[in-house]
Design a protein around this ligand. Structure first.
Ligand code: ADP
Ligand code: MG
Length: 462
């Protein structure tokens, strides 16, 4: 590992790392006969979970002939100490053809004096500060690189990280509940989203989200036991290694004077790694976070076409849909589908995909940093995917069950996109977000309205 001269100024370190972290690292280094300094080319970021990530040099113990290492020190609340274990396990379990895509951990974790935080060291992604989260690629002139990177990550996760097919039956209700609640900070935010978007239907099992949408299971009821569509049903779930939070801020890509390099990606932030999770978890998160990133570039008719394209990835997409998104959906669905098909699980994969899309879309309706208009689109997507699942699984839906929903009216649609009459209802509009200030791809869940932490990587929090 390279190292730069570094700065030994203790005050500078305290300012850069925070004095609590800086003191804890110095104490640890002294006990280990190591030394901490700051590299001249240093970066610092703050995540939405409150973690701070900063570059440091750990000068190795000369007696043990240790090299100096440029690393990122990530300080997380002590309660998150599972992050170190999960991250380490992910690296240990990964096959050789994929393991270099995961940043490695070094040394043991360091507990900050009062036990409030834990600091652990990991590789600088790609070994250079020229790596950036893929969410920061520019949609104007780096869009092809962005789409290629996401497709490459999807393919590598589906085939290199996960070569083996494992399948187990899981009750549909349990699958939906687990995938919706995965990472959720509590059911409260789901209730809030249900009340915001389907105020007259919070406990109604069937809904019609707009007059143009089909009758569908109420996505917010999918976490409750005994939904008439799902009760007593199971699906075959294809499982494997899963990152668990694979949005575009957790995928780093090399971006230098020649531009972005899609083949160079590295995955960070493995707190939510699981050894045997549904394969849909990462694929759906990647796909839907890419949709969020593209959102403001899409015309109203494309947003509508996207609902169909995502739910019917086998079909030729509507010619009006952004060709890159259409291609990406085909690639991402196809990556696992080919493997599933070869093993006679093609149908199972489609069903799992629809439920995975629905569950992930429901989660997206609760992200406070996505504008309400976009979250409402995710309500519609979740309902569509659930209805498609019903049709696929032979669940008869009585089309008289739900009246056209008095649902959410996206007031900014008319202003910003010249929307058609879709989604109109008698309900007053709920305040919508400001698309211009919307940093897409920042998807950590926090209650709507909460102030986002300052970011020091040059980006602006919504
Ligand atoms: N190993 C790393 N190399 C380079 N940058 C990193 C690394 N780990 C984190 N970062 C930067 O810090 C940000 C937050 O880190 P992350 O581990 O994702 O924290 P959080 O758990 O809060 O999401 C990332 O989006 C990235 O910009
Ligand atoms: Mg992260």
């Amino acid at each position: 590992m390279f190292s730069s001269p570094g700065s030994d100024d203790k005050r500078e370190r305290a300012l850069f790392l925070g004095s609590d972290v800086s003191d804890a690292l110095d104490l640890w280094a002294e006990l280990e006969n190591r030394r901490i300094s700051l590299p001249s080319d240093r970066v610092k970021s703050k995540g939405f979970t409150g973690a701070s990530v900063a570059s440091v040099i750990v000068h190795g113990d000369p007696e043990r002939h240790e090299d100096d290492r440029n690393v990122m020190a990530k300080a997380v609340p002590f309660a998150d100490r599972d992050e170190v274990r999960n991250h380490r396990e992910a690296v240990l379990n990964a096959p050789p053809e994929f393991v270099d895509r995961l940043v490695k951990l070094h040394f043991g974790p360091v507990v900050v004096a009062d036990g409030a935080k834990i600091v652990f060291f990991q590789d600088v992604a790609g070994g250079t500060t020229k790596y950036r989260p893929v969410s920061q690629l520019c949609l104007d002139d780096e869009v092809e690189d962005l789409v290629d990177t996401v497709a490459g990550v999807s393919m590598a996760v589906a085939t290199l990280w996960n070569r083996k097919i494992t399948v187990r039956p899981i009750p549909v209700e349990q699958f939906l509940r687990t995938e919706i609640q995965h990472l959720s900070s509590g059911a409260g935010s789901l209730d809030r989203a249900a009340a915001e978007f389907l105020p007259h239907a919070v406990s109604v099992p069937w809904v019609r989200t707009t007059k143009d949408d089909p009758i569908a299971p109420n996505p917010f009821m999918a976490t409750e036991e005994g939904h008439p569509a799902f009760e007593g049903r199971s699906i075959e779930v294809l499982g494997g290694f899963s990152h668990g939070d694979l949005h575009l801020d957790n995928v780093m890509v090399l971006r230098d004077e020649l531009g972005a390099h899609p083949g160079s990606f590295r995955l960070i932030d493995l707190r939510t790694y699981e050894e045997n999770a549904p394969r849909t978890r990462d694929q759906c998160m990647l796909l839907l976070s890419t949709v969020v990133l593209f959102w403001r570039t899409l015309a109203t008719r494309e947003r509508k076409a996207l609902l169909t394209a995502i739910c019917d990835p086998h079909r030729e997409p509507d010619a009006g849909l952004d060709r890159r998104l259409a291609w990406l959906i085909g690639q991402m669905y196809g990556a696992t589908n080919r493997l599933a098909d070869q093993n006679n699980f093609g149908q199972a994969w489609y069903r799992q995909y629809l439920l995975g899309i629905a569950a992930t879309a429901v989660r997206f309706t609760t992200f406070g940093n996505i504008p309400a208009e976009v979250r409402w689109w995710f309500v519609r997507l979740a309902a569509r995917a659930l209805r498609r699942y019903c049709d696929e699984a032979g669940i008869v839906v009585d089309d008289r069950l739900a009246p056209a929903a008095p649902g959410y009216t996206p007031s900014s649609d008319k202003r910003s996109t010249g929307a058609d009459a879709e989604g109109q209802s008698a309900m007053p509009a709920v305040g919508t977000g400001n698309l211009d200030g919307f940093v897409l791809g920042r998807l950590h869940q926090h209650p709507p309205g909460r102030t986002s932490p300052d970011r020091q990587d040059g980006s602006v929090a919504p």
